[in-house]
Design a protein around this ligand. Structure first.
Ligand SMILES: [Mg+2]
Length: 270
C-alpha cells in the first residue's frame, strides 16, 4: 500500500491510514536527526516519543562500531545498524547483542591500506576521519565533517580511487566510506527487522517510515514507500531519481522532530 504517487508531499499530507500502518521508524543520523553536528533536544525527545508510542526506532548509519555500542546501550532505540550495513547492535535480556554481516572484511586489510595511502597522496586536503579508531570494517575519509570542508568533487575523486582498487565506496554528507565485501545499509536494516521482529519485506514495507537527508539515502527512499526527507533534501532533488514520499519544513533534527510529532498526532487520529 503506497501512500501517494506524488513524491515530496509536505509531511502534513500524511493521513491517519498511512500513519497507523507505521510500526518501524528507521533514520539516518548525520544531518537527518542532527543539526550542524549536534543531536538536539527536540530530536532526542522525538526518539523517546517513538519508543513510548511502541514504535521500533532504529538508526541506520555509516558511523562506527564504537559509536553503535553506545547508541545501542544508551539511546532510546531498539537497535542500530552501523558501518553502512556491516553490523547491527542491540540490547536483549540485559545483554549487548551483535550481528556482523558474513561478507564484512576487517579494515586492516592491505587493500584499504593502499587506498588510504593513495587518497592522502592524491587528493589535496583529504584526511582520515577522526572516528576511524572506532571502526571495525570500513575506512572513513573526512571531506566535510571538519574544516576545511572540501568540495563534492574531492569526495568524487576519493570514490574513484576506492573503486579503482576494487572497494565499495559511498559518499555521505560528511565522509567517504569505503569497504570490502558486499553489503549495504538497506540489506542489513531489512535483515535486522526480519530476524528480530518477523518483518516480511515482501508485504510489510508500508510499516516502515524511513528518514534521510541526502543522495546516499536514495536506496532507502526507493525501497520504503513511507519515506521522509528532512528539508535539506530539496537541495539535492535534481540528483535523486527516487525521491521520498514526504518532506519536512525544517532541516536536520528539527525536521525529524516535526515529522514524528505529526506522525504520532495522525496515529491518534488528529
Ligand atoms: Mg545524512
Amino acid at each position: 500500500m503506497t501512500i501517494t504517487k506524488q513524491p515530496m508531499q509536505p509531511i502534513a499530507a500524511l493521513d491517519h491510514v498511512c500513519a497507523s500502518s507505521v510500526k518501524y521508524v528507521l533514520m539516518d543520523i548525520d544531518d537527518t536527526i542532527t543539526t550542524e553536528g549536534k543531536l538536539g533536544a527536540e530530536a532526542y525527545q522525538a526518539l523517546w516519543s517513538c519508543t513510548k508510542a511502541n514504535l521500533i526506532a532504529v538508526p541506520i548509519t555509516g558511523r562506527p562500531a564504537g559509536w553503535c555500542d553506545l547508541i545501542a546501550r544508551q539511546w532510546p532505540v531498539a537497535g542500530v545498524v552501523g558501518e553502512n550495513g556491516a553490523l547491527a547492535f542491540w540490547e536483549e535480556d540485559g545483554h549487548a547483542r551483535r550481528l556482523y554481516h558474513e561478507h564484512a572484511v576487517k579494515n586492516d586489510h592491505e587493500i584499504l591500506g593502499k587506498i588510504q595511502r593513495r587518497v592522502l597522496a592524491e587528493v589535496p586536503g583529504a584526511r582520515i576521519a577522526q572516528d576511524q579508531f572506532c571502526r571495525m570494517f570500513d575506512l572513513a575519509i573526512d571531506f566535510a565533517e571538519e574544516e576545511p570542508k572540501l568540495p563534492l568533487s574531492s569526495a568524487q575523486a576519493i570514490v574513484e580511487i576506492c573503486r579503482s582498487e576494487g572497494a565499495i565506496a559511498k559518499i555521505s554528507s560528511i565522509h567517504v566510506n569505503t569497504w570490502l565485501g558486499k553489503y549495504d545499509k538497506l540489506g542489513m536494516a531489512v535483515r535486522f527487522l526480519t530476524e528480530q521482529y518477523g518483518y516480511d519485506d515482501d508485504k510489510d514495507r508500508n510499516q516502515v517510515m524511513f528518514f534521510g537527508d541526502s543522495p546516499n539515502d536514495e536506496p532507502m527512499f526507493e525501497h520504503f514507500p513511507n519515506s521522509v526527507g528532512v528539508a535539506s533534501i530539496t537541495a539535492y532533488s535534481h540528483l535523486i531519481a527516487h525521491k521520498p514520499a514526504f518532506v519536512t519544513n525544517h532541516a536536520g533534527g528539527e525536521g525529524f522532530a516535526e515529522a514524528i510529532a505529526l506522525l504520532l498526532q495522525r496515529i491518534r487520529g488528529n
